[in-house]
Design a protein around this ligand. Structure first.
Ligand code: HEC
Length: 164
């Protein structure tokens, strides 16, 4: 009798445990199981948000609505270079999930060579912007040109790979 009740409670315990796991695994599984595609989307959105925040005052300098401050401009340019590194590997196939997960258009993956080229050029122009802001003391043509080259890269890529 003792043995039987032990077996019974073991069986009950097993049932409860597996039911708990089953109940957990649907909603909690989504949270805890790493989804590489969604993680890549989170990384690139965070990087672009910070790139946008870093670049905005530089764009305003080029437009003439904000005064140029060399130290600040150089700091921002360096941040953009650093943030650009997060974009490497942030567009795996598994992250082609469309809206509402991501604004990246499917063209990123169907026109991959063009996308990669634009990303590379953006990073090169950001690196040049660091060099230029490191030596230019005022809003020179060189500063405006270097900012303009980066701004063109943002817009050029968005025009094709991100909806308006
Ligand atoms: C090589 C292509 C490319 C370049 C260059 C690029 N972007 Fe983007 N950007 C994208 C794509 C694609 C998305 C959509 C990302 C997503 O939703 O997954 C995006 C999204 C953004 C977002 C929205 C982030 C969010 O959370 O929705 C901002 C802000 C942004 N970019 C700013 C910039 C700025 C500023 C520059 C230039 C300094 C720039 N981008 C350069 C492709 C690019």
């Amino acid at each position: 009798m003792k043995l039987r009740s032990n077996i019974l409670s073991f069986t009950l315990l097993a049932l409860v445990t597996s039911a708990t796991f089953a109940a957990d695994s649907a909603p909690a599984g989504e949270k805890s199981a790493p989804n590489p595609g969604k993680q890549a989307i989170a990384v690139r959105k965070a990087a672009f948000t910070l790139i946008g925040a870093s670049f905005k005052p530089l764009g305003d300098v080029a437009k003439g609505t904000t005064e140029y401050n060399q130290a600040d401009a150089e700091k921002r340019a360096k941040r953009i270079v650093m943030l650009g590194e997060f974009l490497d590997g942030a567009f795996p196939e598994s992250s082609n999930l469309g809206e509402p997960d991501t604004k990246a258009k499917a063209e990123v993956w169907t026109q991959r060579a063009d996308f990669d080229k634009r990303l590379k050029e953006f990073k090169e122009h950001a690196a040049i912007l660091v060099q230029v802001t490191a030596k230019e003391k005022s809003t020179s043509d060189a500063v405006k040109e270097a900012i303009g080259a980066v701004a063109k890269d943002c817009k050029g890529c968005h025009d094709i790979f991100k909806p308006k």
